[in-house]
Design a protein around this ligand. Structure first.
Ligand code: ZN
Length: 473
């Protein structure tokens, strides 16, 4: 028989049970809401990142086409001036000025367009990205005039100098709020020299990640014979670059004073200056005399260090579904971006997540043939569209974005070469790699691994920008 006390106790227990159930239900609902929210934010970040990369790459293509058109116009104007017996090529000089400005303005518009594309897809500005860019704007303003006294172009009146213009463009993007970071920015200070391991970011990347296959193909004797820091070959003299393009989504171009001197990126393919003149004639639609090739002016060319075959820059065994078509087998200008966005969870005690998305895109096109856009070395209008590419097939550094390469090269290496490991900077990622490398057991582990598994290393891989597969989504 149930008395009143029992019944109260029962209903109390039911109450407790109901409350617990309710709490559990709430948690389940919140948790499932979190899951959906994370998926939603991820999809949003993905769409925004992809859109941003394509927007930036599209502007790289537009800039290259405009610079190429100006090369053609320049050839036409010089050929016509020569036929009139003139020796002064004022128009050509004006076109060079325009090309130099385009090399900065074009990619920077792409940078701004990338921000807009991300924001249109619902991504907010990232405070850290904005602060980083703002910091660089002031570095450009304060230090570049002294560090790079040769201005990329001359303003009249000056100031504002070309560096003032550039700093102002960076500032404009930064102050609007940076939603996407340029993952493959190449600061002028980011000096790389693949001839010396200490100046080759790939070495650090391989040593840090235990990518012994890289050593097998690129630096086996280093791994086998290295015994201490005293073994490093002397550092070469670092030459400051002559900046010709924006550091963000740059075009990888260089200027040469005569068509005769154009560095052919694919020497075996193009037949030299006659071929270039024929191509100019075809696109320009007028006869271009061979004397044009010996006139001194600035021609915008593809920098052979940057414009190489795409296959050469791909990481070991890169899983492309099919072979890259020959006319698309080039690497030079591409745009890689990173989005980092916070997602605050609703479930109590679960905190938040940082959703990261990286994406890359590249301007695609070809010249009549079809041949790659850089077939002649000279920039010619060739780009038709921008498409997404796998981030690992882009020029973004494999180590993601390890900060401090510039400081490492300019400030840490010299003391290290003079005094060894004690002179390394403990807060620098690259210095810490060198510390680990100094450990003989670590290097021996690499040699042991290669003894057993070197047959699994398949692709000789390229040493140079890009390469490596350490970045995930
Ligand atoms: Zn360092």
């Amino acid at each position: 028989m149930m008395n009143a006390r029992d019944s109260r106790l029962r209903s109390g227990q039911v109450m407790i049970f109901m409350v617990l159930l309710l709490v559990i239900l709430c948690l389940v609902v919140l948790w499932s809401f979190d899951v959906h929210k994370i998926l939603f934010v991820k999809t949003k970040a993905r769409n925004a990142g992809d859109a941003a990369a394509v927007a930036a790459a599209r502007w790289q293509g537009i800039s290259l086409n405009l610079i190429g058109e100006l090369n053609v116009l320049k050839a036409v104007s010089i050929a016509e001036a020569l036929s009139r017996g003139e020796t002064n090529f004022v128009e050509a000089a004006e076109m060079t000025d325009l090309q130099s400005r385009l090399s900065f303005v074009g990619p920077m518009i792409g940078f701004a367009a990338a921000q807009q594309a991300a924001k249109n897809n619902g991504i907010y500005a990232n405070e850290q990205f904005s602060a980083e860019l703002l910091g660089h704007a002031s570095t450009v303003e304060l230090e570049y005039p002294e560090r790079y006294p040769v201005q990329p172009y001359e303003n009249t009146p000056s100031p504002p100098t070309a560096w003032d213009d550039y700093a102002e463009m960076i500032m404009a993007v930064a102050s609007e709020g940076v939603a996407v970071r340029a993952e493959n920015a190449q600061l002028y200070r980011d000096y790389e020299n693949w001839g010396h391991p200490l100046l080759n970011p790939d070495f650090y990347d391989a040593a840090a990640s235990g990518n012994w296959c890289w050593f097998l193909f690129n630096a086996l004797s280093l791994l086998e014979t290295y015994s201490s820091w005293l073994d490093w070959p002397a550092l070469p003299i670092i030459e400051e670059p002559e900046p010709t393009s924006s550091e963000y989504f740059g075009l990888g171009l260089t200027k040469v004073p005569m068509l005769d001197y154009i560095p052919l990126t694919r020497l075996s393919e193009a037949g030299g200056v006659e071929d270039i003149l024929a191509a100019l004639q075809l696109i320009g639609g007028v006869a271009i005399s061979s004397e044009t090739a010996s006139v001194e002016t600035d021609w915008f060319c593809y920098n052979p260090g940057r414009w190489r075959t795409w296959n050469e820059t791909l990481p070991d065994g890169f899983p492309f579904l099919s072979d890259v078509k020959p006319e698309y087998d080039y690497a030079g200008a591409d745009a890689a971006v990173r989005i980092e966005t916070d997602n605050q969870r609703l479930s109590p005690g679960m905190g938040g997540d940082v959703i990261v998305w990286t994406a890359a895109a590249k301007p695609f096109g070809y010249l009549d043939g079809p041949v790659v856009p850089d077939y002649y070395g000279l920039v010619l209008p060739a780009f038709h569209e921008a498409r997404l590419i796998p981030i690992d097939a882009s020029s973004a550094p494999a180590s993601g974005s390890q900060p401090g390469w510039g400081e490492h090269v300019y400030e840490h290496l010299e003391p290290y070469m003079a005094h060894g490991p004690p002179a390394l900077d403990g807060s620098c990622w690259y210095c810490n790699v060198l510390l680990a490398w100094e450990n003989a057991e670590y290097r021996q582990a690499g040699l042991d691994w290669l003894d057993l598994y070197s047959h699994t290393c398949t692709h000789p891989g390229g040493s140079g920008p890009g390469g490596g597969t350490r970045r995930g989504h």
